[in-house]
Write a protein that binds this ligand. Structure first.
Ligand code: GLN
Length: 305
């Protein structure tokens, strides 16, 4: 496995040149475009890493399936899916369009920004501090990393420039899909996206989803089984945004990408995989990261289809 990962990283590094860093969050342009890393954790707890695996990056949209799990635990399926749908949108992750043109204006799914903002608004807690603490603790237990925290520079950068998300959130409020203070909800969403991780953290979270929510390291259940299944299904149908269909054909592993360059993958009953490559394709997915996943899926026959 170690040799395979080294080889796959080496062969795909050239593709980092073809992508671009996310510029709409200015702080993300400080990343090194040529970084590429992978970590695999199987359900026997073997950990394999290759490439720039020590690099830290912000989780961005890879946080969406995790907060979805917490919102489902907090509110139950019925309440959550009254406010957000279960279908792929076919639109870019930050699109606002269908909230206006399709009624009722609930977001298509929890993996696009509109849906994720609704999900963040459903996290329980007496105030934003308590909600953030609960959220961080959930990410910490799922990644088995008690030191996970927010990258303040990225958080401030996105808060300063996040006008598109602001537009989406105010529209959702005007339609009665979210309640409460919009700026507070956005603040929590920006913090959620700014959690700093490594590929190992993503692989561990993916592994804990691969076991349907059971943490093999501490031998305890973190997510109810049916919620873990729901989350992984969204990762298949919507996890790579409007590239989810092509990704399902070429890779076939439940995965979630983020504009920080991370991808978290979960091969049911087998392993979790974390990938990092901050150079993105036009749809906002790691360009070399997708290649890496395609190769590992092919070499180890990991497609679930
Ligand atoms: N924080 C980012 C945003 O809301 C997350 C988007 C992403 O990773 N695709 O725009």
């Amino acid at each position: 496995m170690q040799d395979l990962l080294e080889k796959i990283i080496q062969e795909n590094r050239k593709y980092t040149e073809k992508g671009n860093l996310a510029t709409y969050i200015p702080e993300l342009t400080k990343a090194n475009k040529n970084d590429l890393a992978i970590c695999v954790i199987d359900i026997e707890n073997n950990v394999y890493k290759a490439g720039d695996y020590e690099k830290k990056f912000t989780i961005q949209s890879v946080s969406k399936p995790i907060t979805l799990a917490l919102a489902l635990i907090d509110n139950g399926k019925e309440n959550v899916f009254a406010k957000v749908g279960m279908e792929p949108s076919g639109d870019p992750f930050n699109s606002i369009m269908k909230l206006e043109t399709v009624k009722p204006s609930i977001p298509y799914n929890p993996m696009i920004n509109a849906g994720a903002i609704v999900i963040t608004s459903m996290i329980k807690g007496k105030d934003n501090d308590e909600k953030l603490e609960r959220m961080l603790n959930f990410f910490r237990s799922l990644s088995c990393n008690p030191t996970l925290n927010i990258n303040e520079d990225v958080y401030n950068s996105e808060k300063r420039t996040g006008d598109r998300n602001r537009a989406i959130a105010y529209l959702l409020k005007s339609e009665g899909i979210i309640d409460g203070d919009v700026e507070e909800i956005l603040d929590l969403y920006f913090k959620q996206c700014s959690i700093e991780v490594t590929v190992e953290d993503l692989a561990r979270m993916g592994a804990n989803l691969a076991t349907y929510g059971f943490d093999m390291l501490h031998r305890q259940r973190i997510i109810p089984e049916d919620i873990a299944r729901t989350v992984k299904t969204f990762m298949v149908t919507c996890g790579m945004y409007d590239a989810s269909g092509e990704f399902a054909i070429n890779v076939g592993i439940p995965s979630k990408s983020g504009v920080g360059g991370g991808i978290m993958s979960s091969v049911p009953k087998k392993m979790g995989i974390g990938v990092f490559g901050p150079a993105l394709d036009k749809k906002g997915n790691s360009i070399a990261g997708i290649r890496v996943l395609k190769d590992i899926s092919k070499q180890l026959s990991l497609s679930i289809f």
